[in-house]
Design a binder for this molecule. Sequence first.
Ligand code: FPP
Length: 216
Amino acid sequence: MDGNGRWATAQGKPRSEGHIAGAATVRRITEAAREEGIRYLTLYAFSSENWNRPTEEVNMLMSLLVQHLSSELSLLLKHGIRLRTIGNIETLSDYALAALNDTLEKTAHCENMDLVLALSYGSRDEITRAVRLIAATDIKDITEKTISEHLDTSFMPDPDLLIRTSGEQRLSNFLLWQMAYTEFYISPILWPDFSKEDFRNALSDYAKRNRRYGNI
Ligand code: FPP
């Protein structure tokens, strides 16, 4: 969800305003995804590297998350949207973790769509944790399936489409294993400005792609 900071700076506002506008986009794009029948929407909300940001910004992001978890709960339940997380969520503060666990439990029965928040997420960290988990078992015949099943994303299929906003052209430690055959869509639009129409344009572009998975 790149571009919150740049969006705020361009308007002479503090970065926090960009994150607040970014959180409104989370709701808009979740709605758009639901309307389009997307089964899994994964949002990179906070990376393991984001901990290096100033404490004030980290705290602001955490309280924004907690605020939104409680304000969006009724909507999630109304539309049967299950909240999920990937990442090392134990590193979140106690109050953020408590709010998160509460929403995870309350939406656990929802079956229409999964909204997956990557929180304190880093793909290399995820793969390292998966390898440690496998090493602690007595599995001898380690296959690609074994690895997939020990990643945080074991409950979902690999993503079909990656949308990267604000023109960034890198993976930034996101779903490195899972995106082996994912289609990329790079949009110059900053995340706070990303509209439902922009989202639908990305889907239309994706629909024209010819996915060969290494075949001819
Ligand atoms: C990237 O923009 C955005 C983030 C690191 C934070 C995104 C988090 C939220 C919008 C919080 C709310 C989350 C939910 C799920 C309600 P940036 O700060 O890197 O912007 P820049 O690239 O312009 O500096």
